[in-house]
Design a protein around this ligand. Sequence first.
Ligand code: TRP
Ligand code: SF4
Length: 334
Amino acid sequence: MNQKSKKVVLSGMRPTGPLHLGHLAGALRNWLDLQKKYHCFYSIVNWHAFSSDYQQFSHIREYTFEVAADWLSIGLDPEKSVLFLQSQVKEHAELHLLLSMIIPLPWLQRVPTFKEMQRELPDKELNTYGFLGYPVLQTADILIYKAQVVPVGEDQSYHLELAREITRRFNRLFGEVFPEPQTLLTEVPKLAGTDGRKMSKSYGNAIYLKDPPDVIRKKISTMKTDIRRKRKSDPGVPEECPVFTLHKAFVPREKRDSLARSCRTAQIGCLECKKVVIDTLIHILTPFWKTRRQLEQDQSQVWKILDKGNQKARTTARKTMEEVRSAIGFAMKS
Ligand code: TRP
Ligand code: SF4
């Protein structure tokens, strides 16, 4: 397949620090698959991070590095995919501005995440102009590359619905400039963190991709398991074991099913069962760590790669913006 006939994929990730197993199972694995078949744009969306974290933004450079280094180490390939930093492609801001003027306010006011986030994070002042426009910026991210496919988790499906609605409105007003982006819903496995709650950076319970093997071993071996298993002779219920959420995401089915049976029939101890998932993760992550260490030693490599991605992204974004300006009537030449 040549470049032209490949579908365009776009997705983004907010730079909130190093990535954990949840990011791998819920997004990155899928992105790696997509990069084999499609023309993919993957963006570190630091403007989106700014819209919710502007009061504490001093770590942004470090976090951007962490995400980029994690992406490269896990195998996102800058020769195949365009890996770039949102804030370095100013055209996103221009398209965001134009879209913001054609979107009726109620479309944004009824976005569930807008109110939810304000309720859940009362310390952050999120009742802002920019945060209300979060889905508008997201739509600009997608449309500026004329992306047809947008892989995201369920939590983003409302934003994508809105993106499609905005696209239709733009096209109705100014002509068929943009394809309507399709949501590619990624199944996001529910992973438990070290304390049994949902794995999340904000709970401090995450297992990071860059955690060294002994840290991973320690984090998992001290995790609680199904409470029924006080002794090895007590049968357990894997579906109610936090550790087994990791098995479900990473251990191949046959092996996992056999562990589940042994758990239910009390033929295996938790330590032995944990060892399987620990070994699996170490196996998966060994090549990752090797690349990660190299990139940490020469951080300029990471910035250089991003810089090249920014340039590629800019080339496409500029072309689209010329079409947009001329469709609306802002073009200097006819
Ligand atoms: N809002 C997305 C999230 O929080 C990140 C994002 C920004 C995105 N722009 C995007 C995802 C464009 C897909 C397409 O996960
Ligand atoms: Fe969990 Fe495995 Fe222990 Fe069962 S044997 S409770 S699945 S760790």
